[in-house]
Design a protein around this ligand. Structure first.
Ligand SMILES: [Zn+2]
Length: 322
């Protein structure tokens, strides 16, 4: 029971939700105390051995029934986080030599994040996807192949097929459980390049999958030093007072920046919020008056160019706010 008292109420609720079909496993995990190895095996994340770590301040177990569209860069609403609360998200992995270093850094600070995987990467590197789950992270979806034309630039049926194939590959790699339609184990999705379509959004909503944009990004698709990227991101976070942060665990400069970033978050008084699938209706806040979609403005500029490109050409989407 000592171990039980050390954990926050929210964390215990998550554990209970995850172990609905295995209460004895939960009890066994608690009995193991701070080691928590059984908990790690079952996806609830290991207990934190580092007392001075940044850690997770609270867990939000989102009910995604009927879908959800959040992130002010794209949508006029976002999660109602508190002042200086941050949700960390990483796109485009998993990638050996990069994702594993990000996981090491997160582990050292007992921080949990959401990874939006590219299906073919997950299929190629299932051990990394499994590690994300084992270490308590949430594994969301980011299409099968991240088409260079975006999902908006391909036929509507092909776009849905890209999403389906991706989440089937991600789920199989990360959990070993086949996706057979409907709501996946982790019903979180992010469009490549934020290029959503009405038809794909409608499909995601019908599967009870939440669609994530972002509130803050580090523009890490642009070449910059880790130091410059950190300075830019902290400046933006100061202005936004937190929010859903988009990074890429596939980008070398971002990988190099993460340890210093986590330190800066702690020093700056920021708190980490971890998102998991669950039963809590999301608390939302609306965009301020005069809001416009930043990603839509970017896409408007680049979509004509994408349509004219041929397959195999350089992938320009990296510069667009992906
Ligand atoms: Zn991406």
């Amino acid at each position: 029971m000592v171990a039980l008292r050390r954990r926050s109420k929210a964390e215990i609720q998550v554990r209970v939700a995850k172990f609905l079909s295995g209460i004895p496993v939960l009890i066994a995990a608690i009995a193991l105390g701070a080691g928590g190895s059984r908990a790690a095996e079952n996806g609830a994340g290991p207990a934190c051995a580092n007392q001075g770590a940044l850690g997770v301040s609270r867990v939000v177990s989102l009910d995604t029934t009927a879908g959800l569209h959040v992130g002010l860069k794209t949508y006029p609403q976002t999660l109602a986080l508190g002042d200086k609360e941050v949700v960390l998200t990483f796109d485009d992995g998993p990638l050996p030599g990069a994702t594993d270093k990000v996981l090491d850094a997160l582990k050292a600070e007992c921080v949990r994040a959401t990874f939006f995987l590219i299906g073919r990467n997950a299929q190629a590197h299932p051990a990394l996807a499994r590690r994300e789950i084992a270490e308590g992270h949430s594994v969301g979806h980011h299409s099968w192949s991240h088409p260079y034309k975006t999902l908006r630039g391909i036929a509507p049926d092909a776009a849905i097929a890209e999403i389906e194939k991706g989440l089937a590959a991600d789920q199989q790699a990360a959990t070993g459980v086949a996706w057979t339609g409907g709501r996946p184990t982790t019903p979180f999705f992010r469009f490549p390049g934020f290029a959503d379509t009405p038809a794909a959004l409608k499909w995601l909503d019908a599967q009870n999958i939440a669609t994530f944009g972002a509130d803050v990004w580090a523009s890490d698709w642009t070449e910059q030093t880790p130091q410059a990227e950190l300075a830019l991101l902290m400046k933006r976070l100061e202005r936004s007072r937190g929010g859903i942060v988009l990074l890429h665990d596939t980008r070398k400069q971002t990988v190099a920046m993460i340890p210093a970033f986590l330190k800066a978050l702690k020093q700056g008084g920021y708190k980490i919020v971890h998102l998991t699938p669950g039963a809590t209706p999301p608390a939302l806040k609306n965009a301020p008056p005069g809001w416009t979609s930043e990603t839509e403005a970017i896409l408007k500029n680049i979509m004509p160019g994408l349509a004219n490109r041929t397959a195999g050409a350089a992938v320009p989407i990296r510069r667009t706010g992906e």
